[in-house]
Write a protein that binds this ligand. Structure first.
Ligand SMILES: [Zn+2]
Length: 322
């Protein structure tokens, strides 16, 4: 067992003691969900991209095999028709999102600078289109909006850094509040981004603001400060585990077959703020390995009620899932 990590089941307490963490009073300290119950708990995959290599007809089969009841919350990668195919194939199990395609179109057709210009014609078009999707087309999130990805971009088109409290993002947050749907930002946790992100959160406390990948490489203590100061901030734990994390990025790991004890304590203290997600994967093997780590590394090591919230109850509430 590595120092600073909580292993499965009963080992957790010994490990917490070993690294000097006290179990928080709110937690049923002597009881974690355990692998048996973690195996069958329903999941809401709240940050999932249908990938170009996926046969859309196979997605629902893999969801079923892996106990995933709902998936989405982020756009399909590829042309917009892929999202339409996912909607047709997954029906109400697809957590439909809007905004990413329009957001990246501004950069493609104009520039990175245009992503900060709320008065620009392309952004105005985006706002109208996102509002239509929220109001009329069943979109349940504005997501995934790339803000700062300089060390966490999946590809060139999402590679940039803008001000995390730009007027454009404030306008999207206001729209999120108006329709009661979350805004999900990919904002890797550089110092300036962290400060700006909190200013954005303050600008409209009625909106739910989700931080993708819990800040990509943010520490548990940085997230604790964020959650404590900002009651309207939430985060998804996608892309914080292997096999997606490898090589030099491995130190961003929150869980693999075990859960870091500082993160365990944080999630136990803020059980309403976290969801899980598979995000983007390059094979069905990686998809299933990611879900295995979610079940046996993360959920099994949380107390049962907290595990249930992180597994699906929070996502059901945030996205009003049926
Ligand atoms: Zn993503």
């Amino acid at each position: 067992m590595r120092n600073g990590w909580a292993g499965r089941g009963a080992r957790i307490l010994a490990c917490i003691a070993a690294v000097g963490f006290a179990a928080p009073a709110s937690r049923a300290a002597d009881s974690v969900l355990g692998p048996e119950a973690a195996k069958t708990m329903p999941l809401a995959d709240a940050h999932f991209h249908v990938m170009p290599w996926m046969d859309i007809a196979q997605v629902i089969g893999y969801m079923d095999r892996n106990g995933i009841r709902w998936a989405g919350g982020a756009a399909a990668v590829g042309p917009p028709v892929r999202d339409m195919q996912a909607i047709a194939a997954l029906g109400r199990r697809y957590i439909r999102s809007t905004g990413q395609v329009q957001w990246l179109a501004i950069k493609r057709q104009d520039s990175v600078e245009a992503l900060e210009n709320a008065g620009g014609p392309l952004f105005k078009q985006m706002l109208a289109s996102v509002e239509t999707d929220l109001r009329d087309n069943g979109a349940r999130a504005i997501s995934e909006i790339h803000v700062n990805t300089l060390q966490s971009a999946a590809n060139q088109i999402v590679y940039h850094k803008i001000d995390a409290h730009a007027p454009t993002l404030k306008a999207l947050l206001d729209l999120a509040a108006k329709y009661g749907r979350p805004l999900n930002l990919h904002a890797q946790w550089d110092d300036d981004t962290a400060r700006e992100f909190q200013q954005l959160a303050e600008s409209n406390r009625n909106a739910r603001l989700i931080l993708s990948h819990c800040g990509s490489f943010a520490s548990a203590s940085a997230m604790r400060e964020l959650l404590e100061k900002n009651p309207n901030v939430y985060c998804d734990l996608s892309y914080r585990s292997p096999p997606q994390l490898k090589g030099r990025a491995i130190d961003r790991t929150v869980f693999d077959s075990a859960l870091r004890s500082d993160w365990m304590q944080l999630i136990e203290d803020y059980p309403d703020r976290f969801t899980v997600g598979v995000d983007d994967v390059q094979s069905w093997g990686d998809y299933e390995a990611t879900v295995r780590n979610i079940r046996f590394g993360l959920l099994a090591n949380l107390s049962p009620a907290v595990a249930e919230k992180v597994a699906y109850r929070n996502a059901v509430a945030w996205f009003a899932l049926e």
